[in-house]
Design a binder for this molecule. Structure first.
Ligand code: SF4
Length: 189
């Protein structure tokens, strides 16, 4: 598998915010979002055994499979091996491909230009950028939680406006909960 990086930090977003987790970032994505901060160019080829061995080098048993788009490479066997190692397996996906079986928590974050095929996940996370944001992708997905996350534009003034607009939208549409990129606020990875 092509792996961008494996690192240990706190989960910054969504339901498991604050949980210590091993992040396995799989290289490559089928979309090209303008705000994407993932490096698509560098990766290391790793076997499933290598990945599990490296995960086992960290004390936490919460693993986040992320990308890129992890469904392009993920296998049922890697998920099973992580379970055998005692891990809770969370995955973050743009929802455009089926997910392997046995994932403990699927966070689906649909993006413009990607046709979502997932119908049932644990958590939907949508980026909000103010009035007019298209949230229709979320309507066709059944989930336990729906989270709205202010888009990070890189401009602090605009970000503050977007955060206020996100809070206002959630207050008016209480099926949504707020998701913040707390790792950026705390300046951790
Ligand atoms: S779906 Fe995610 S990883 Fe892929 S281009 Fe968009 S932001 Fe980047």
């Amino acid at each position: 598998m092509r792996i961008n990086e494996i690192f240990y930090s706190l989960q910054g977003e969504g339901r498991f915010t604050g949980v210590p987790a091993v992040f396995v970032r799989l290289a490559g994505c089928n979309l090209r979002c303008p705000f994407c901060d993932t490096d698509f160019t560098s990766f290391t080829e790793m076997s499933e055994e290598d990945i599990v061995r490296e995960v086992n080098g960290y004390p936490a048993r919460h693993v986040v499979l992320t990308g890129g788009e992890p469904t392009l490479q993920l296998t049922d066997t890697l998920v099973a091996r992580l379970h055998e190692a005692g891990c809770f397996v969370q995955m973050e996906t743009n929802g455009t491909h089926p997910v392997p079986s046995g994932i403990d928590w699927v966070t689906c974050s649909p993006k413009a230009g990607g046709r979502v095929v997932l119908k049932r996940v644990h958590e939907v996370k949508m980026l909000y950028q103010g009035e007019g944001t298209d949230l229709t992708d979320a309507e066709g997905i059944e989930a336990e939680e729906y989270r709205l996350q202010p888009l990070d534009t890189g401009d602090p003034v605009r970000n503050e406006e977007i955060t206020k607009a996100t809070i206002q939208y959630i207050l008016e549409h209480p099926q949504w909960k707020l998701s913040l990129q707390t790792h950026k606020i705390l300046n951790v990875r």
